[in-house]
Design a protein around this ligand. Structure first.
Ligand code: PGA
Length: 238
């Protein structure tokens, strides 16, 4: 199973070094803040970046380009995370550009999708995720679809959102995973990997590990505690 630890904007340099020494290259894909990527790189970890510029190298103060990430041996990039879509109001066109730049550098993309609480209440979950998938998949080369991993993260289930700790039922996630799997198979004739994310923690992992069509987990809040993250991984291996 694929386990991605999304550390978000957390840790000091000292904390990051201690965390890295405890993670001990366990096979978890680690997604630290940009400045800490080299700490993990020197010990050969599988690295995921939390973001990437939609532009090529050049005068874009504050951005980090796909080629810079590649030079740090970053293998995966998170694109379309709900915090980027909703807090930073990143438009689909920017997300598409980010994906294209990442693919061009040979990186894989964890493309995050998911409905808001309001969309769920209005029975728009399937329509929302379908729109998010088609908006990207219609502009990339069919041969690149296997370099995309879907991160299904209902916005309302993210642990520091409006409903801390709430997750969909396994049945609800199974239905979404089936919908995504069939959509991508039917429209693009490709098999797609899906990770679940949103309040995954030690209390619910034994239940979530039973999901169908699930390739792994994208873990935010619970990944801040390295011992918890390693225990979650152990449960996923069983
Ligand atoms: P969470 O975050 O596990 O804290 O809900 C997941 C994510 O935002 O990727």
């Amino acid at each position: 199973m694929i386990i991605v630890g999304n550390l978000k904007m957390n840790q000091t340099l000292e904390e990051a070094s201690i965390y890295e020494s405890k993670l001990t290259n366990s096979g978890i894909i680690i997604c630290p803040s940009f400045p800490y990527l080299p700490i993990y790189k020197q010990n050969g970890y599988e690295l995921c970046a939390q973001n990437v510029s939609e532009y090529n190298d050049g005068p874009y103060t504050g951005d980090v380009s796909a080629s810079q990430l590649k030079s740090l041996k970053v293998k995966y990039v998170l694109i379309g995370h709900s915090e980027r879509r909703h807090v930073y109001k990143e438009a689909q066109e920017s997300l598409n550009n980010k994906v294209l730049k990442s693919l061009k550098q040979g990186m894989q993309v964890v493309y995050c999708i998911g409905e808001t609480y309001e969309q769920k209440q209005n029975n728009q979950t399937f329509q929302t995720i379908e729109n998010q998938i088609l908006s990207l998949f219609n502009i990339i080369d069919n041969n690149d679809i296997n370099k995309i991993i879907i991160g299904y993260e209902p916005v309302w289930a993210i642990s520091d959102g409006i409903n801390p700790g709430a997750t969909p039922t396994n049945q609800e996630i199974d239905e979404v995973n089936k919908y995504i799997t069939e959509l991508v198979k039917e429209k693009y004739n490709q098999n797609i990997k899906i990770l679940y994310g949103g309040s995954v923690n030690l209390n619910n992992i034994e239940q979530l590990v039973k999901l169908n069509n699930n390739a792994g987990f994208l873990i935010g809040g619970a990944s801040k505690n390295v011992e918890d993250l390693l225990k979650i991984q152990e449960i996923c291996k069983q």
